[in-house]
Design a protein around this ligand. Structure first.
Ligand code: GAL
Length: 849
């Protein structure tokens, strides 16, 4: 049993030569000045940028999880969403795939990414690590690092420290040469060394402590001229800021009173495992966590992730992390706004910005208890021009009940688990539990071992997921009659294995075992005489978290034996094995446009039954328009896919657990990644992103390597868009945040308290509102997709909304009697509910395998 190629096919065994990785060396060095050069320092309250304390919102985007063609749009959407800073890790194994050979091209063109950030006017927090965790293969370590004699990762170990220093220096030098630090006019305002080392430090004893000191002084010694952070590092040395990571970081205290309160990772969702359900963090809870952070003295908060993106190729970490890294982030895997999260956070950021003059003026907030579970933090002082400034945050941390509180002589109703933000200490600009932002519904359009057996990673060097181990087993007549008599089969028994093991006897699959360091027991049947026993071990993302990663390895651990023979067990480590790394098709690069004709493809008939270990290829046209393109691979089993030679990632049609998804998601109360999950009982991932920049208008080559057998005729190309928008805002909602910056408000001719709230609808770029499916100003019932008219309804609702919105990319509709020209039911609190459709390009095409 081995791979075959088909458009096309014949099943045959092949011995496959190891793969050779080709590397391109290119380090672009171009200077660029984006800002008037400025310095960054800090005090206990905040980062000080060009002499001013700042309250900063940061958006996590990992450049290799998108294509360079997507970067500008992601950065622009982060800026539009209210971010001041972009944050990224640096991915060592992407930049130095072979020791001493660097790659700064394509998705790894770090200089280009940083320049795009600079030219958008945003800052950058660059987390060099170089251990990054990040659900990234091997936590970002190049696998060759394991082969350095005597190496031990992340501890006081000379070989490791040498390599780490070399790489960190390389990155800092690269940034300096391209003039990308803020003091050179570039966007970089802060760096990071290591990553959450505090979690594993104890495992390394004194050497761990020494390593922290070394890493800090090594980093500082590079003269980068901006502050360095260590996250989750309570013993971070004096000149390094220790920062918080988590779902909530209000109340976090750095290890010195001279350091500001920074939140480097606000987990706004979570990652997904093959076979897992999909995590969702409600926008209300996320906004609550962020507001609480700034309320209680925080000054820098980064969304991990603002855009999660895709683990293209074999970059996903493990065990068993899926190809999508959507993360339930405000920008989805394809870069589309995920609503209402994106819009709700945009409003939150606008509210925080309005408070910034007061937040930076005060050294510490004034605290006022408002009730048993309610509290206020007030920031006041003098603004830049000397005038008085005041901002307040009123929190209700009760998980169930609303609270009515008095503050500065005014009454406020605070929803459960919410924070109200008062940029003038009087009017509510924002409440974390009241979502005024639109909801969007995404529509998908069919477009058409130390055993004698070698250790897996030592052999593959992670150039492929696959390692074949082959041996010959001689079976006697006595063995056969022994098994017949006892009605038993012999078994392959392996003490411990990861992630997938497939056992073949005489080219037939006997069975597969899936798990992470689990015992494997696989019954096999032999014939008399010589039998070929083939064990295929597979990795599905290398471990990216924990101590002693260099020892983790892959393949087998412990004893491997054949049990149930007449003369007892057979120790497989004593057998003579031959090995093969990877697939022949991988070695010959038959997934590329240049080399795919090397294989002898045959035409696939529609009635053939699914085959294992098969290569398939076809060509497809690109759907019109600009909507993100995905391949629907639900009809396939497990494997990998390439489009025009680009590795779009692993796929696996594995069903997530049936239970655990709640019917209704309650935003109230502390979030954890098991709360509010969706997709139970469904395949974990069926759609795989194919970035448009990898496509040409027609005849795109799709090559698939399928391990378990699937139906390629059912693969389809689709596009994703936000097809439906809904908005629901009541008369009592707070005024639109943008009104706080209008001249009328600024010069005192307008009272913010008298401004009516609005529904804001916004289609994706290149789309317009094509129809209003529902609109009711009155007392509409239900939620998006299920709205209905209530007792009170303004009969002109549809026409007023249509007039304001139809044919436009975005529109604002005031929620007031004035806008609807009369009061449909006086004395009753009215709401405007709207459901609109955005027009999108629709294309369907089934693939012509
Ligand atoms: C953190 C880590 C990140 C990422 C995150 C989970 O502990 O620093 O790199 O792995 O967890 O998404």
């Amino acid at each position: 049993m081995a791979e075959s190629v088909r458009r096309f096919f014949s099943i045959q065994w092949r011995i496959l030569p190891p793969i050779i990785i080709a590397l391109v060396l290119y380090i672009p060095i171009v200077s660029g000045s984006f800002f008037k050069p400025f310095n960054v320092s800090y005090d206990h309250r905040a980062l000080i940028i060009a002499g001013k304390r700042r309250m900063l919102v940061s958006a996590g985007i990992h450049y290799p999880r998108a294509t360079p063609e997507m970067w500008s749009d992601l950065i622009e959407k982060s800026k539009e969403g209210g971010a001041d800073v972009i944050q990224t890790y640096v991915f060592w194994n992407g930049h130095e795939p072979v020791k001493g050979q660097y790659n700064f091209e394509g998705r790894y063109d770090l200089v280009k990414f940083v320049k795009l950030i600079g030219s958008s006017g945003l800052y950058l927090h660059l987390r060099i690590g170089p251990y990054v965790c990040a659900e990234w293969n091997f936590g970002g370590f190049p696998v060759w690092l394991r082969d350095i004699p005597g190496v031990e990762f992340r501890t006081d170990n000379e070989p490791f420290k040498n390599e780490m220093q070399k790489f960190v220096t390389k990155i800092v030098d690269l940034m300096r040469e391209a003039k990308l630090f803020c003091w050179q006019g570039g966007p970089i305002i802060m760096l990071q060394i290591e990553n959450e080392y505090g979690d594993v430090e104890k495992s390394y004893g004194q050497k761990g402590k020494d390593y922290v000191k070394w890493a800090a002084s090594m980093a500082l010694g590079l003269g980068a001229g901006v502050p360095w952070v260590m996250c989750k590092q309570t013993d971070a040395p004096e000149n390094i800021i220790d920062a918080c990571n988590g779902y909530y970081c209000d109340g976090f205290k750095p290890n010195s009173q001279t350091k500001p309160v920074l939140w480097t990772e606000d987990w706004d969702g979570w990652y997904t495992k093959w076979g897992g359900s999909l995590p969702h963090r409600p926008a209300e809870d996320l906004a609550f966590a962020v507001a609480r952070f700034y309320q209680r003295g925080g000054s820098f908060q980064n969304y991990y992730m603002y855009f999660g993106g895709t683990n293209f190729g074999r970059t996903s970490g493990g065990p068993f992390y899926i190809t999508s890294y959507d993360y339930d982030a405000p920008l989805d895997e394809y870069g589309l706004r995920s609503e209402p999260k994106w819009g709700h956070l945009k409003d939150l950021h606008a509210a925080i910005k309005l408070c910034e003059p007061a937040l930076v003026a005060a050294d510490a907030p004034q605290y006022r208890k408002l009730g048993s579970n309610q509290e206020a933090h007030i920031y006041h002082g003098h603004g830049e021009t000397g005038g008085k400034v005041c901002a307040a945050f009123l929190a209700n941390i009760d998980e169930h009940k609303s609270a009515h509180v008095k503050f500065n002589g005014q009454s406020y109703t605070l929803a459960p688990w919410s924070v109200s933000i008062l940029p003038d200490c009087r009017h509510v600009a924002f409440n974390t539990a009241k979502v005024g932002a639109q909801t969007s519904v995404k529509t998908v359009e069919s477009a058409r071992p130390r055993l004698g057996l070698l250790e897996h990673l030592n052999v593959t060097k992670d150039r492929s997921d696959y390692l074949w181990h082959k041996t010959r087993i001689n079976v006697t007549e006595d063995d056969i009659s022994f098994w017949k008599k006892n009605g038993a089969n012999p078994t392959v028994s392996i003490d411990s294995m990861r992630d997938v093991l497939r056992v073949f006897v005489n080219k037939q699959l006997s069975g597969s075992v899936v798990g992470h360091w689990v015992k494997a027991v696989q019954p096999v049947s032999f014939v008399q005489g010589n039998n070929d026993l083939l064990l295929l071990t597979q990795t599905v993302g290398l471990q990216n978290y924990g101590a002693f990663l260099e020892k983790d390895g892959a393949g087998f651990r412990g004893k491997a034996k054949l049990t149930g023979f007449k003369n007892g067990d057979m120790d497989l480590s004593k057998s003579s094995w031959t090995y093969q790394v990877g697939l022949k098709g991988e070695a010959e690069k038959i997934y590329t446009v240049e080399h795919n004709e090397k294989a002898e493809w045959s035409t696939l008939e529609t009635d053939v039954s699914p085959s294992m270990f098969m290569w398939y290829k076809t060509y497809f046209d690109t759907p019109d328009g600009t909507d993100p393109v995905v391949l629907d691979l639900e009809s396939m089993g497990k494997g990998q896919a390439w489009v025009n030679g680009h590795h779009i990632g692993r796929y696996w049609n594995i069903i997530s657990q049936k239970d655990g998804c709640e019917k209704a998601c309650d935003y109230r109360g502390a979030y954890n990644s098991d709360k509010c999950t969706t997709n139970c009982g469904q395949p974990t991932q069926t759609r795989y992103h194919v970035p448009r920049s990898w496509l040409k208008p027609s005849s795109n080559l799709l090559v698939i390597f399928e391990e378990t057998g699937g139906n390629p005729f059912k693969i389809s190309v689709k596009t994703v868009t936000a097809g439906i928008l809904c908005g629901q805002v009541s008369e009592s909602h707070y005024p639109p945040l943008r009104k706080w910056s209008t001249p009328d408000y600024m010069n005192g001719t307008m009272s913010i308290g008298s401004v009516a709230p609005e529904v804001h609808l916004h289609c994706e770029d290149g789309h317009v509102i094509s129809s209003i499916e529902f609109a009711s100003y009155g007392t509409p019932r239900g939620s998006c997709h299920r709205f209905s008219i209530g007792k009170c309804h303004a009969s002109n609702s549809i026409s007023i909304v249509s007039e304001a919105c139809k044919g436009r990319n975005s529109c604002f509709i005031e929620v007031s009697n004035t806008a609807f020209r009369s009061d449909p039911c006086s004395g009753i609190l009215k709401t405007l509910a709207v459901m609109a459709r955005c027009s999108s390009t629709q294309n369907t095409s089934d693939l012509g395998f």
